[in-house]
Ligand binder design. Structure first.
Ligand SMILES: NC(=O)c1ccc[n+]([C@@H]2O[C@H](COP(=O)([O-])OP(=O)(O)OC[C@H]3O[C@@H](n4cnc5c(N)ncnc54)[C@H](O)[C@@H]3O)[C@@H](O)[C@H]2O)c1
Length: 493
């Protein structure tokens, strides 16, 4: 089929490339000329694993092309997908739908009589009705249908999510439109992708409800993590025990620094606004938004507690700036709140991210010093904060890191390491939702690697100590002196 996808952002690009890969002929349209020029030359404006290869493959096969000319691009298409941004409006948090309506207004005159407009952007209840009103106003005699087909892909695994969706939601009021969508997704349906046909309004609400529920799970486990830290429990054990319940499921129960990204906050806020406007208050969603803001701000206090002295004059290395690993997307990233808070408190921040440095430079305070590697970020720092779960952050050479740091303190906001393992390598280690007894101090440098006695005895009774005792790192020059000189009183939190 011939398709046009308008909006060459995360969703539009992934969808366009994947539609081309399904065998359709696709043109992606955007108003950003520079972006379209780059894409036409096979250069990527965003980082998304696998996207570069997929786009270049289908530029070569000519299944995929890019254009700024909307009218020309939609002339013969079977379906026009609208995938433009719908960011929160600053004053009221309601999604800004101006781009969605602008595309509908500009495209409709050039569309075929039987074309379908598919709204893929995340849009509030009734947006499809308004697009349909625009169509009826401008093309009263046409049979153009308006369908809602929300997108559920996740940054970092977007191509896989598109190709193996949990479900394809098609919100369409009439049969012919459903038939066209079934044909567009035929290859995925043949591979058993479930398709859910709903009314257009239900489809719009499914997207918001799904994102708000995922955000709720994250905010919930973060609050449980806080309780665990204060009550001698371990959030990893609690999350596992809870997640094994099939009714709940294990995903999105990882304690962390608060959710970020372009969607969760924006969509939860929009759902709360929809509730208000329909006099059906979304109290849980409002609480989730509040909880998450508190969580993000609490991370500054957590770093201060781990460092154990006023932040003014301290140097903090922050590893991972984007809202999660495997993306360059900085939108609503918890690192923004953390780094702004650290700088406001007088700390110096040295930062590294494997993919998001350019995006970070545009958003973070100008005082941040960016480095070429995670080890450079740690150079002479008083503590390292692990913000995201990039594979390379799980495999840090802790010996090399210790040699770089002024004080060997790790604040692991993603629970990437085992507390005992890191402590046995000489670090003061602070993680999320693991009881204070597991926020362990490093063993004495001259000891046998079995701990300093600051650690609770029970922490020694497993295999960790034995495995890592032989593996003690060579420490940074001067570090033993420092620790013997009385700086080993770092508090657990
Ligand atoms: N990012 C995600 O992971 C994700 C996942 C599912 C759904 N969504 C939803 O999909 C939509 C798009 O999100 P995104 O992250 O891809 O946004 P984005 O900001 O990355 O991309 C939007 C693109 O639309 C273009 N654009 C804006 N106005 C335009 C116009 N009038 N004509 C042509 N192009 C125009 C912009 O230049 C930009 O390239 C949003 O509604 C979002 O909520 C996003």
């Amino acid at each position: 089929m011939r398709l046009c996808v308008v909006g060459a952002g995360y969703v539009g690009l992934v969808s366009g490339a994947c539609f081309a890969d399904l065998g359709h002929t696709v043109v992606c349209v955007d108003t950003d000329r520079k972006k379209i020029e780059m894409l036409s030359n096979g250069e990527m404006p965003i980082f998304e694993p696998g996207l570069d290869a997929l786009i270049n493959t289908h530029l070569d096969t000519q299944q995929l092309s890019f254009s700024c000319d909307l009218a020309a691009s939609v002339r013969d298409v079977d379906a026009l997908f609208i995938a433009v941004g719908t960011p929160s409006r600053a004053p009221d948090g309601w999604p800004d739908l101006s781009a969605v309506y602008a595309v509908a207004r500009s495209a409709v005159a050039s569309l075929r009589d039987d074309a379908i407009i598919v709204v893929k952007s995340t849009v509030p209840l009734g947006t499809g009705d308004e697009v349909e009103r625009i169509v009826r106003e401008l093309r009263p005699d046409s049979e153009i249908c308006v369908v809602s087909n929300p997108e559920f892909l996740r940054a970092g695994s977007a191509i896989r999510d598109f190709q193996r969706p949990d479900r394809i939601v098609v919100g369409a009021e009439d049969g012919p439109a459903r038939t066209v969508l079934r044909e567009i997704y035929a290859s995925l349906i043949a591979r058993n992708a479930p398709v859910l046909y709903t009314s257009r309004r239900s489809a719009e609400l499914i997207k918001y409800s799904a994102n708000a529920l995922l955000a709720t799970k994250i905010a919930f486990i973060n609050e449980v993590a806080e309780l665990c830290e204060r009550a001698e429990a371990d959030v990893l054990e609690v999350a596992r025990g809870v997640g094994l319940d099939e009714r709940i499921g294990a995903q999105f129960l990882n304690a962390g620094p608060g959710f970020g990204g372009s969607c969760f906050h924006k969509d939860a806020l929009a759902l709360a606004r929809m509730g208000e406007s329909h006099e059906a208050p979304m109290r849980i969603v409002e609480a989730v938004l509040h909880s998450n803001e508190c969580r993000k701000r609490a991370m500054v206090r957590k770093v201060a507690a781990a460092v154990g002295k006023p932040l003014r004059g301290q140097t903090i290395a922050v590893l991972g700036l984007t809202f999660k690993a495997n993306t360059d997307d900085m939108r609503e990233a918890p690192s923004i709140t953390l780094i702004t808070g650290l700088i406001d408190a007088g700390a110096q921040v040295r930062a590294f991210d494997p993919a998001g440095m350019d995006a970070a430079r545009r958003i973070l305070p100008m005082e941040v010093a960016y480095t070429k590697s995670l080890y450079d970020a740690a150079d002479c720092a008083d503590a390292v904060v692990l913000m995201t779960e990039w594979p390379e952050f799980r495999r840090i050479d802790l010996g090399a890191l210790a040699r770089k740091l002024k004080a060997p303190t790790i604040i692991d906001l993603r629970n990437l390491y085992e507390p005992e393992d890191v402590a046995d390598r000489g670090f003061s280690y602070h993680s999320m939702g693991r009881a204070a007894r597991r926020q362990v101090e490093a063993p004495e440098p001259n000891g046998n690697g079995r701990g300093s006695g600051k650690r609770n005895g029970s922490a020694h009774s497993n295999g960790h100590t034995r495995r890592t005792a032989v593996d003690l790192v060579e420490r940074a020059p001067g570090w033993s002196k420092q620790r013997n000189g009385g700086t080993s009183t770092r508090r657990g939190i």
